[in-house]
Design a protein around this ligand. Structure first.
Ligand SMILES: [Zn+2]
Length: 364
């Protein structure tokens, strides 16, 4: 049972050459149409869900809980990227925007489903194709969580860990805060005492916020963007900064959230406004994930290769499902360069991962 690499490449080319940045729902839906056509060809019953997510049911008959597979059609690449980063095969690598993250994951899944030859597992396979994973899944989260509640296992076809065969058995939770300081403007030379500097208060708060990090337990906090003031000779009335937070446990998310909420400007004339919070909860490596991983590891060994399992810092939609159903992530196409100009898939390793996914769909 060898996957047809030439057919996989042709399907990948078709999807990659429809550019689909998260910010362009019409473009994203063109990718969805292309995938839906192929899914129907394999016997799927297809549904359009609120929020722009599509669901493809393969042999879902209510006789048991289905296996849920998560995919997303959007990429981080703006329209026009193909001009400088065309789809191209070089040796054993295929390059192009969205190849590795995650259009090859979608294509590999379609070929794994084809390999089942119409013999669906007990309860069937339910595939979700979402439009906004790269920007936080705000419109698809509800559909993802609802599907996970009814699933016996969740397989995520995000790529394996970069340049390895390693699957993803846990992910940090991701949070985002925006802190806006409203001060009082005044002439910096004539009446500085009448002003209340938003920049001074923000500067203090940057250090206080970053002190909430606890890297020894996996919590990182980084102020990545700051802007404020209007001119050098004006006491600044406004300053804003954005914070990226990653946590390994919900307890840490609560601690950081409380720490941010407790911040108070030293100058009472400055008002602080906080928005944001935890976006994706941590995907903690639990017993359900562990069992799926052990099964994947045994299948890979049987197929003649070794897969590892790693906990990674970046989030995915697996973060939403892990608290609800056993979840294994990183079952897409191996390669490297997610969100980077050298994004590519390894053609020499890809068929093995499709065979692994086929066996999981059959045996989980
Ligand atoms: Zn992705």
């Amino acid at each position: 049972m060898q996957p047809d690499l030439q057919a996989m490449l042709a399907d990948l080319r078709a999807l990659v050459e429809i550019e689909s940045p998260s910010t362009d729902p019409v473009a994203v839906s063109r990718v969805m149409d292309a995938v839906e056509g192929r899914a129907k060809g394999l016997g799927a019953v297809t549904h359009a869900l609120p929020g722009g997510t599509r669901r493809f049911d393969f042999g879902v008959d209510g006789a048991g809980q289905p296996i849920l597979v998560l995919t997303h059609a959007d990429t981080v690449w703006p329209t026009g990227t193909l001009g400088t980063m065309p789809f191209r095969v070089e040796g054993d690598r295929v390059y192009g925007p969205g190849t590795y993250d995650m259009k090859a994951g979608i294509v590999g899944l379609l070929h794994a489903l084809r390999a089942l030859g119409g013999e669906w597992p007990r309860g069937g396979v339910q595939v979700l194709l979402t439009p906004d994973e790269e920007v936080g899944s705000h419109s698809s989260r509800e559909a993802i969580e609802a599907a996970a509640r009814g699933a016996r296992a969740v397989l995520v076809v995000e790529p394996p860990v970069a340049d390895t065969h390693a699957l993803k058995v846990g992910r940090k939770g991701t949070g985002y805060f925006r802190l806006t300081f409203h001060g009082v403007a005044s002439h910096a030379g004539n009446k500085p005492e009448e002003g209340a500097s938003a920049i001074t208060e923000a500067a203090r708060a940057v250090l206080e916020v970053q002190a909430l990090a606890r890297p020894e337990v996996g919590t990182t906090v980084s102020v990545g963007l700051i802007r404020g003031g209007s001119a050098a000779n004006v006491i600044p009335a406004e300053c804003v900064f954005d914070v990226d937070v990653r946590v390994s446990t919900l307890a840490e998310a609560d601690r950081v959230e409380a720490g941010v909420a407790a911040l108070r400007p030293a100058d009472p004339r400055v008002r602080l406004e906080v928005t944001g919070g935890l976006n994706r909860p941590p995907f903690e490596r639990g017993p359900g994930t562990e069992a799926l991983f052990k099964q994947a590891q045994a299948i890979a060994r049987d197929l003649g290769f070794e897969v590892g399992g790693e906990v990674v810092g970046g989030g995915s939609d697996g973060n939403f499902t892990a608290p609800l159903a056993p979840t294994l992530d990183g079952l897409g196409a191996p390669g490297d360069g997610a969100h980077a100009a050298h994004e590519h898939v390894r053609l020499d390793r890809w068929p093995d991962h499709v065979r692994l996914l086929t066996r999981l769909l059959r045996e989980v």
